[in-house]
Every structure is written in C-alpha cells, then in structure tokens.
Design a protein around this ligand. Structure first.
Ligand code: FAD
Length: 466
C-alpha cells in the first residue's frame, strides 16, 4: 500500500495505521497529515525517485517563488527516510563541491548540514601505484576548500527538514512506479501507475529514479552504458594518529583506485574500487586482516618499470622539480568500524537525450559515472539548479510547464557541463585500469606535466569544484 505525508494543513480522516510508519514523520502534528483518499489525481509535476537528487529538486521547486504554486508529487519506492541519527558516521558519504554547497544554501539546507557535521577538504593528493607520478590539488595557502565530505543521510535529512514547510509538495513513500504513459507518445497527459495499482497524472514527469530509471526506459532514448566489472567497497575507518586530517587521498593501484575521504581528526571514509571477487573477499575478512589490506594497498611498493621511473625523473629535472618533494604520505588505519563495510556496483551510463515534451531526466537516471572523481551526485545537484532555473524562467514567461522548447534549454546547459567531465572521468578509469608499461609511461608523464604546470592544474581544479 502507498502511504504518504503531505505537509499542508489538512484534516486526518483515516485510521492512524494507514499513515506512514516513521517516528520522524509521526512527530508532526496529526492535523498536518493527510490521507491517500484526499490525494488529487493530477499534479503539475511528478518526480519519480526520492534519492538525493529527486528530493533536492522537490525542495528547489518549493523554494522558488515562481514555482511555489505548482503542485508537486514526489514518489519514492523505499519506506520513509528515518532521519539522520548522528553518532557513528554513516558509510555512505560524498565529496561535495562548491556548486552543490551553493544549492544547499539556496534551498535552506546548508545551515543544518554545517551546524551538524561535515569535513572541509583542503587538499587532494592523487598518485599512481605503478610509478612515482603524483598530483596535488589545493588553493594558494589552502585559503579555500577543494570539497567537503558530507554523509548522504545528513544531506537527505537537511533537505527533508526544508520540505516539511513546503505547502506544494506531497511525498508518497513505498510507491514504486511500475509503468508510465508519456505525453511525448501522444497521450494528453503523463500517467504514472504505481506497482500497487494506484495511478496519477501530471503535466511534467521528472525521472530521478536512478541508473535503472523506468522513466528513461519509457522515453525510449538511446543509452550508452558500461559495466566496469568493479565494485565500490566502502567502510568507515579509524586512523592511528589524530591530526588535522584535511587531505583526501587517492592511489591508483593495479585493481583500481583506493581513496580516503576525511570525516574528522581521527576518522576517514574508504572508497575502494576493485574486482567483484576481491571486494567480496575484503568485505568478509576479519577486521584486523581488512585493516592490514587497506594499509598495504596505500603503502605497498608495486612493481615499477625502469623506463617509466627514468622518464619521470628526466621530466622533473628538466622542469626543475624533485620527483619526491611534494609527496605526502596518507594516514595509517587502526581499525574498521563494525558493520560499516558495504559494496556497490560501478558503471557508466549516459542517456542520449534528457528531455522530451512533458518529461525530463536528472541525476543518475540521465548519467552515471565512476566515483573516482567524486562527481556523480554533484552533477545531479547541478542538474537540479539548472532545471529549477529553466522551469522558473518558462513559467515566468507564461509557458506551459512541460514545454519541450524550454526543457531543451535544460538539456543543453546540462550537457555542456556533464559530457566533458564524464568523458574525462571515464578516460581516467580506463587509463588507470592497466599496468601495460607504455600506457603507464604516458599517463605518468601526463599526470606529472599537469602537476608541474600550474595553469593546467588550475583548470582541472576549477572544473571539479564548480
Ligand atoms: C561507492 C560510491 C561512492 C560515491 N561517492 C560520490 C562522491 O564522493 N561524490 C559524488 O558526487 N558522487 C558520489 N557517488 C555517486 C552518487 O552516489 C550518485 O551519483 C547519487 O547517489 C545519485 O543520486 P540519484 O538521486 O540521482 O539516484 P539514486 O541515489 O539512485 O536514487 C534514486 C531513487 O529513486 C528510487 N527509485 C528507483 N526506482 C524507482 C521507481 N520505479 N519508483 C519509485 N522510486 C524509485 C530509489 O529508491 C532511490 O531512492 C558515489 C557512488 C558510489 C557507488
């Protein structure tokens, strides 16, 4: 059965057991809850998928003055979000760039995040396990953050807190979209059918339903997708020595990149991309063995080709640099937090088109990338900023909300941002998935040249943090 919360002041008419079973939501005054029977059948906008990107979009629409009268329904297949508990760090965290922080500020979610907990990252160090090539990213004198590390549940909690006062947004949990009929196929309105048999209609349907998006499938757009045959193993780690811990570390080892994202002075979050069998083995190891494996992956000397080593030394000496002078060493790990290990499949996906009449895709439904650059959800949040602006401009100009001519503007803006970054991240994934010496030579020289020429490095830094 679908159950919902609507944060408008309507009377409760059904028994309490038909309402959402969430302590966080039940803490609201019952008079602010409404029931399925009172749900309108037609909405201006339906958002399919209430992950980070779908909820941020609902909030962005609610906070936009021009769009705040539009009736929005957010459909999420999972049970209601239980809220952010604090205490132990969650194992799902994201490196969040300045653009996403600006979005949080604009929807009022940043105050809650910043007053709860997040870790500013002052520098990133990326290096090759198969050579001495290394690159660091930071602003002059560490004056600005290059990213911040935030738990996914905290972001969601901060967004939901803002949605509580949104008069125009209805959230329906345990509501799995099973089928959609689209205006682009000649139907007078979009009709969304849930797996439980309920259905509703809308003028604009947003597919925010992740990499396996039903909305995208129904749009029938071409999709370029790849399974990397790698899993992302995440875990929460305790470090041996407390310290400033404001550096994000990533080492490319022969099986894939391994990264530490700082959480506080003594803890970091691990993202280790490796083969599915190795990920499974690592996830089920005894904690002490696992800690040894993580330390080894960061510190072990992998075989290096003399040709590559000599070429790097020659390059650095021509450019007046010392190969090892900039190198810093990552913290050692003391222990892994109990039950914090989990694995996620990694892949690449790009939809050939994000929009049509009355329908648009955002977030992982439109594009999915490898987490090695920490950009996936940042691209999704950038879609949100972009789409809210386009919809607001369209409505202000008197256009119909699902007008394709305006939606195409959203697609163009997003493609300009997404495509170069996606190609770059995919290229890096490919470039670093081999130990073949000529490739190692080329990538090491490329990385070292980028490190040694500040102008080029600044371009990469600006793109990643914007
Ligand atoms: C290990 C790992 C580390 C990462 N680290 C970073 C990072 O540091 N920085 C970064 O920017 N990105 C990172 N990412 C990427 C980021 O997590 C994703 O890009 C982001 O979560 C996508 O959000 P989304 O809301 O678009 O999709 P999803 O998170 O997939 O959400 C989709 C939602 O839709 C719901 N849904 C699906 N189908 C239906 C349906 N039929 N009906 C109703 N609801 C439905 C789902 O329940 C879900 O809630 C990482 C990814 C991984 C795997």
């Amino acid at each position: 059965m679908s159950i919902l919360i609507r944060f408008s002041p309507k009377r409760l008419t059904l028994p309490l057991n038909s309402i959402i079973n969430s302590s966080r939501h039940l803490s609201h005054d019952q008079s602010s809850l409404t029931t399925k029977n009172q749900l309108p059948q037609h909405y201006d906008i339906i958002i399919a998928g209430g992950g980070l990107v779908g909820t941020a979009l609902a909030c962005g629409i609610a906070k936009n003055k021009v769009l705040s009268e539009k009736k929005v329904l957010l459909l999420e297949g999972a049970p209601p979000f239980k809220g952010f508990a604090g205490g132990q760090y969650g194992n799902r965290v994201s490196a969040i760039n300045n653009g996403s922080v600006e979005l949080f500020k604009s929807i009022g979610a940043w105050d809650k995040i910043s007053s709860t907990r997040y870790k500013p990252v002052k520098q990133m160090q990326v290096w090759d396990g198969s050579s001495d090539a290394l690159i660091t990213f930071n602003h002059d004198n560490f004056s600005e953050n290059v990213a911040c590390i935030i738990e996914n549940d905290l972001m969601l909690d901060a967004i939901y807190t803002q949605l509580e006062t949104a008069q125009n947004v209805t959230i329906l949990n345990k509501s799995m979209v099973g089928d959609v009929k689209l205006r682009m196929d000649g139907n007078p309105k979009n009709v969304v059918s849930l797996k439980n048999g309920d259905s509703m209609s809308c003028d604009l349907l947003i597919g925010a339903d992740g990499a396996n998006s039903i909305v995208r499938k129904q749009m029938g757009v071409d999709v370029f997708s790849l399974n990397y045959e790698r899993m992302g193993l995440v875990a929460t780690l305790e470090l041996v020595d407390p310290g400033d811990n404001s550096v994000a570390w990533q080492r490319f080892i022969p099986t894939g990149p391994i990264a530490f994202l700082p959480l506080n002075d003594t803890m970091s979050s691990l993202v280790w991309s490796t083969t599915p069998s190795e990920a499974k083995r690592l996830a089920s190891m005894e904690p002490n063995e696992f800690v040894d494996a993580v330390n080894e992956a960061f510190w072990k000397d992998y075989p290096k080709s003399n040709v590559v080593t000599n070429a790097l030394e020659a390059l650095n000496s021509i450019m007046g640099r010392d190969t090892l002078s900039n190198r810093q060493y990552p913290p050692k790990v003391k222990s892994v937090v109990d039950k914090s290990r989990a694995c996620f499949p990694l892949g690449f996906l790009h939809a050939s088109s994000y929009v049509s009449t009355g329908v648009a895709l955002i977030g992982d439904a439109a594009h999915r990338i490898h987490p090695l650059a920490g950009q996936g959800v940042n691209l999704g949040f950038s879609d949100v900023t972009n789409l809210v602006k386009v919809l607001s401009d369209a409505v202000y100009a008197g256009a119909e909300i699902g007008d394709k001519h305006h939606l195409v503007q959203y697609e163009q803006n997003s493609l300009i941002k997404n495509v170069p970054l996606m190609i770059g991240v995919h290229g890096l994934q490919r470039l670093y998935s081999t130990t073949f010496s000529p490739v190692v030579l080329l990538r090491s020289l490329g990385l070292q040249l980028t490190q040694n020429i500040p102008g080029i490095k600044d371009i990469f830094l600006k793109r990643a943090i914007a």
